[in-house]
Write a protein of this length. Structure first.
Ligand SMILES: NC(=O)c1ccc[n+]([C@@H]2O[C@H](COP(=O)([O-])OP(=O)(O)OC[C@H]3O[C@@H](n4cnc5c(N)ncnc54)[C@H](OP(=O)(O)O)[C@@H]3O)[C@@H](O)[C@H]2O)c1
Length: 284
């Protein structure tokens, strides 16, 4: 990856916190930005603000509630039908443990909400966008998927993936984030040799965002710090060809052990394919 002005970058959850900051910085460098959000009014406001601050007019807004796989499908179709290239997908949107960490919530499709939004929606979105990413990698030599995960990770209990037996918001958040790391490793293997690289990162701890303020109260780091690490993975040529890696900020690091268990990854992949395909047939 070299000149940001030539790149088309999709960022999920670009309407607040880390995603908005990364979008603003990359727009400032001249990239074409596809900003995703779930509230059209907020999306329009954020887009107008980024345009005003950066002077960049190649900004496009896409709306989808990631708690609905039908909306994820429509988002992927809208991006795929409107773009001739897609250099980077930043899977950033996410929910924390929630204001009431003991209250289990479900998505429109009946999945545990954090698993659905933080992981399953991004699994489906990325898979739907693979044809465009692969095409871009042929034309531009490389395309990237960057999963914004977290150092908060917890092994998935395959007997209770939807946490119906033992729910806890922190556990829900942490297993969704490990799933995102496992997806990065798995997809990187699948795409080896195609020019599409897939990595995951923990951007920074307790950044000053809505999620952290709601969940922990006092933040410990700035959004800029995390954004810098995400942006490097998105554009820096030091990561050319680097794939299947979990970073803590800019350092290759070790995720929770389950991420290296091929059988666990295969199980997660098979379940995710089944859940996303099954729901597709049932969707209106
Ligand atoms: N903050 C940290 O210290 C920290 C540390 C490690 C990892 N992370 C990760 O960084 C990413 C960004 O988090 P943040 O701290 O910037 O949080 P944030 O300020 O709360 O932003 C979250 C973004 O995700 C969007 N989102 C949430 N639920 C959605 C849904 N159902 N459909 C569509 N979009 C949805 C939000 O949309 P709205 O604008 O409409 O709310 C917002 O744009 C997350 O994946 C998080 O897990 C954060």
């Amino acid at each position: 990856m070299h000149n940001p002005e030539q790149l088309t970058i999709l960022i999920t959850g670009a309407t607040d916190g880390l995603g908005q900051r990364v979008a603003t910085d990359l727009a400032g460098k001249g990239a074409t930005l596809l900003l995703h959000g779930r509230d059209p009014d907020k999306g329009r406001r954020v887009l107008a603000k980024i345009r005003e601050v950066t002077g960049n007019h190649r900004l496009y807004y896409f709306n989808a509630d990631l708690a609905s796989l039908a909306e994820v499908d429509r988002l992927a179709a809208a991006v795929g039908n409107s773009q001739t290239r897609l250099d980077v997908v930043v899977n950033n949107a996410g929910l924390g443990a929630g204001p009431d960490t003991q209250r289990r919530e479900t998505s429109a499709d009946g999945f545990e909400l954090r698993f659905a939004v933080n992981y399953l929606a991004h699994f489906l979105l990325t898979r739907r966008l693979l044809p465009l990413l692969r095409l871009t990698a042929v034309q531009a030599c490389e395309a990237r998927v960057v999963n914004v995960a977290s150092a908060a990770q917890r092994a998935i209990d395959f007997d209770d993936v939807m946490l119906e037996k033992h729910y806890d918001g922190m556990r829900a958040y942490s297993q969704s984030k490990l799933a995102l790391v496992m997806f990065a490793f798995d997809l990187a293997e699948e795409l080896a040799g195609t020019g599409v690289t897939v990595n995951a990162l923990h951007p920074a701890s307790l950044m000053d965002t809505k999620m952290v303020r709601e969940w922990f109260g006092a933040p410990r780091t700035s959004v800029e710090e995390g954004a810098n690490h995400v942006e490097r993975l998105v554009v820096s040529d030091e990561f050319d060809g680097v794939t299947g890696t979990y970073f803590v900020q800019d350092q290759p690091s070790r995720a929770v052990e389950q991420a290296y268990d091929e059988k666990a990854r295969q199980r997660l992949r098979e379940l995710s394919l089944r859940w996303t395909e099954k729901k597709k047939q049932e969707r209106p």
